[in-house]
Design a protein around this ligand. Structure first.
Ligand code: FNR
Length: 375
């Protein structure tokens, strides 16, 4: 399609290369928004490890195997996805673009990939659901101290058509993130990242005065209940009791934790280190993937994120045993640069390159990639 349009002299507005996309975002959007997305924990060593871990695996292409028909679809959490990709939960997307989560969600729906909405959305979940029509959507829970708010979030998500629940376990506290510290986390503190909370009846019930009458008190209440480092595996029973759809634990890096997820009746895990934004000095997420797949991969849905930039990254994650991947930072840059169209561009580039990578290395079925494809 791009080459054909090129015949008329039209070239794409955004680059196909994710590094150039990030550079363009840095140049056009400025240090505040880009610092929020690009920032990671400590000196950035985990984010670098994510890339190094994926780069260590190399694809070994095979020749003369009819690849004229290709199937990107995969079976996951009881549904068939057109492609092994979903948009990762990213909080406060209003920092990148005024249309924020609604634009990203519409892009996902238009491209037929699931959208995972963050608890820390700058748009209430009901509005995001409305923007998506019947597009597949999953809700990401930040599992805070207030049980009533958690229950209310689950009720709202269920009635807004979110089918699966992703529970992020790696963020009971916000990590040491120098770029956010240097900005004093202003976007959050101004309240833009808290629309799901501020519009929530259970959250509002915990306030002495309405949000608009005492914003400082509301923000303080939010900060106090947002994370809960006291949670343990036993607490998962509460979520199992209040959510009847699939539950996926996000942030699993150890095979024993994957086994505990299974024992707790969970349906899947996301092997992820939050894009290197939580524990500095941790292993690259792709290093953890084979061990988790070996532990639970034939019984639980294993998803992967942290470092996915290109189609060959998707290929490697699937060959290592992930059922699907979550795409993070690249779509946030696409959103910042060109709203919904920018996100669609990024999704199409990654999937286009993934399909070509499969075909050129001799594979036709995304659901059947195995480690044999890698060295
Ligand atoms: C995130 N991530 C994240 N995860 C989550 O569960 N809830 C959230 O609200 C957020 N917010 C968020 C904001 C920003 C700016 C980024 C970059 C990431 C983590 C996200 O879902 C995913 O795990 C990472 O983005 C994967 O890393 P890469 O591939 O983007 O580097």
């Amino acid at each position: 399609e791009i080459y054909l349009k090129g015949m008329t002299g039209a070239v794409p507005r955004l680059p196909a290369d994710p590094s150039r996309l990030a550079e363009m975002a840095a140049a056009r959007l400025g240090p505040g928004p880009v610092g929020y997305v690009a920032g990671s924990a400590g000196s950035g060593s985990t984010e670098r490890a994510n890339r190094a871990a994926l780069d260590r695996y190399r694809i070994v292409p095979r020749m003369l195997r009819d690849t004229s028909r290709r199937d990107l679809s995969v079976e996951l959490l009881g549904t068939r996805l057109a492609a092994p990709l979903a948009l990762a939960p990213i909080g406060v997307l209003s920092i990148m673009h005024p249309d924020a989560e609604a634009a990203a969600a519409r892009a996902a729906a238009a491209q037929g990939v699931p959208f995972v909405l963050s608890s820390a959305s700058s748009t209430p979940m009901e509005q995001v659901a409305e923007a998506m029509g019947d597009g597949e959507r999953w809700f990401q829970l930040y599992w805070g101290k207030d049980r009533e708010v958690t229950k209310s979030f689950l009720d709202r998500a269920r009635s807004s058509g979110f089918t699966a629940l992703l529970v992020t376990l790696d963020t009971p506290l916000l990590a040491w993130r120098p770029r956010d510290l240097d900005q004093a986390y202003l976007p959050f503190l101004r309240g833009v990242g808290t629309a799901n909370y501020f519009t929530d009846p259970a959250f509002q019930a915990g306030l002495a005065k309405p949000v608009h009458e005492d914003l400082d008190a509301a923000v303080l209440h939010f900060v106090r209940m947002f994370g809960d480092p006291g949670k343990t595996w036993e607490d998962l029973a509460f979520l199992r009791e209040h959510w009847d759809g699939p539950i996926v634990l996000k942030g699993i890096l150890h095979p024993d934790d994957a086994r505990r997820a299974e024992a707790a009746g969970m349906d899947g895990v996301v092997v992820s280190n939050h894009g290197g934004r939580q524990v500095a000095g941790s292993i690259g997420a792709a290093e953890a993937l084979p061990g988790v797949v070996d532990a639970v991969g034939d019984r639980l849905a294993v998803l992967f994120d942290s470092g996915i930039r290109t189609g060959d990254d998707v290929f490697k994650a699937l060959a290592l045993g992930a059922r699907a991947v979550l795409l993070g930072r690249p779509y946030a840059y696409g959103l910042g640069l060109d709203g919904q169209a920018g996100v669609e561009h990024v999704i199409r580039c990654v999937l286009g390159e993934f399909e070509l990578t499969m075909a050129l290395s001799g594979h036709t079925d995304a659901a059947r990639l195995t480690r044999d494809a890698l060295a």
